[in-house]
Design a protein around this ligand. Structure first.
Ligand SMILES: *Cc1c(COP(=O)(O)O)cnc(C)c1O
Length: 397
């Protein structure tokens, strides 16, 4: 018998995802879903986006063979260089795509949430390019911790609203942006920053970020004559990872790894490993895995990399975990810091602390990876933004 559970529903990944929102949020989400199905599939949208990705953002990004590290490790380590994109990380792939959609929908204003400030900067950048107004919601605590990114957003012409609710961090900024969207939907589009939130955001963001994996498949075939044996990416909300991993899912022989942030790793410490250590629950309109206490209250996440600091995770990751297609590992703060230094010294590339978690997983499991393997890591961003923070922990002499 065919039951409801077994009927594939749009916006669901197995039982995860969906659209668990108040009725007042349904009209803008339905309008977005229509635009996604219509405008985003139009040749005009696709051609304009391709041109912007190439001439404004700097795609396609190269794949670099780390030959010094490969000699040390006994297998070939390749990096997909999203760190070389305009604004320094993969986030612009998504921000430019959704902001272009806003423009073609006739909206004059985009809003965004931001934690560390990276998605806010990417959205402010895209809004400046398209001549749209931009408002960024940021937890008051984050706005204080990430002052340079607040200045960047303002320089780009955005208005930054410091959110004073709850824990004054990312999850509160998302709640506030959703609330604002309800009362300004006629002229405003919400540009969501990761592959999470209510349908259709997880699908839109995955489709926009999948350019990472699609290019990688072509480039690895060109450069090595085959696909890699392992593909590894760090998981915060999950956008760079799903963009890299999704196109590889059909290739069963390619091992896929997502790496969550384990925090300090001390017993009872705060972390951001929603898949490894969370439980099912609803947050920001989706059913997913969440860090929560026994009463189902959301716990504050914590990681040395602000970009991985989210108490939930995108629903497609939870599904890929549940069917065993992607393995989700953990890297701790100290391991990420050590990977941050190691890549800088041996290859002359300073990685973002987020991306350092993916590298750290590879270094930690190097002994289990067969000699002669090809390992591809998504270098989601560059580390300049993390320098001051990382140098608290890393001795330079
Ligand atoms: C924001 C960010 C991440 C984490 O976000 P995802 O949506 O999980 O990709 C990872 N790396 C960098 C460089 C970031 O800026």
């Amino acid at each position: 018998m065919k039951t409801l559970e077994h009927t594939p529903r749009p916006g669901y990944f197995g039982p995860y995802g969906g659209r668990y929102v108040p009725e007042t949020l349904m009209p803008p989400l339905l309008e977005l879903e229509n635009a996604y199905e219509g405008i985003m599939n139009s040749p005009q949208y696709r051609e304009t986006l391709d041109e912007l990705l190439r001439d404004y953002c700097g795609r396609r990004t190269p794949i670099t063979l780390c030959d010094n590290l490969s000699r040390e490790l006994g297998f070939r380590l390749f990096l997909k260089r999203e760190d070389l994109l305009h604004t320094g990380a993969h986030k612009i792939n998504n921000a430019i795509g959704q902001t272009l959609l806003a423009k073609m929908m006739g909206k004059t204003h985009v809003i965004a949430e931001t934690g560390a400030g990276q998605h806010g900067v990417a959205t402010a950048t895209a809004a400046a390019k398209f001549g749209l107004r931009c408002t960024v919601f940021m937890g008051a605590k984050d706005a204080e911790r990430q002052a340079p990114n607040v200045q960047r957003m303002k320089l780009l012409g955005a208005r930054v609203i410091a959110v004073q609710n709850g824990s004054c961090t990312l999850k509160d900024a998302i709640n506030e942006a959703l609330r604002y969207w309800i009362s300004h939907q006629h002229d405003t589009l919400y540009v969501f920053g990761t592959a999470a939130g209510p349908h259709p955001f997880p699908t839109i963001v995955r489709n926009l970020q999948s350019v990472i994996g699609r290019e990688s498949i072509e480039q690895m075939k060109q450069q090595t004559g085959k696909l890699p044996d392992y593909v590894v990416a760090c998981v915060g909300g999950g956008s760079n990872a799903i963009g890299m991993l999704h196109p590889f899912v059909p290739y069963d022989h390619v091992k896929l790894i997502g790496v969550e942030a384990g925090g300090t790793g001390e017993p009872g410490c705060e972390h951001s490993a929603a898949i490894n250590l969370g439980k099912p629950g609803v947050l920001h309109g989706e059913l997913t895995y969440l860090l929560q206490d026994e009463d189902g209250q959301i716990l504050e996440s914590s990681s040395i990399s602000a970009g991985l600091d989210y108490p939930g995770v995108g629903p497609e990751h939870v599904y890929l975990h549940s069917i065993g297609r992607v393995h989700y590992g953990i890297a701790y703060d100290a391991e990420a810091l050590s990977a941050f230094s190691r890549l800088s010294r041996t290859e002359g590339i300073i990685p973002a602390l987020e991306s350092s978690h993916a590298l750290a997983w590879v270094f930690k499991h190097a002994a289990d990876i067969p000699a002669g393997s090809d390992v591809l890591v998504n270098l989601s961003g560059r580390g300049d933004k993390d320098l001051a923070h990382a140098l608290h922990y890393i001795p330079l002499d």
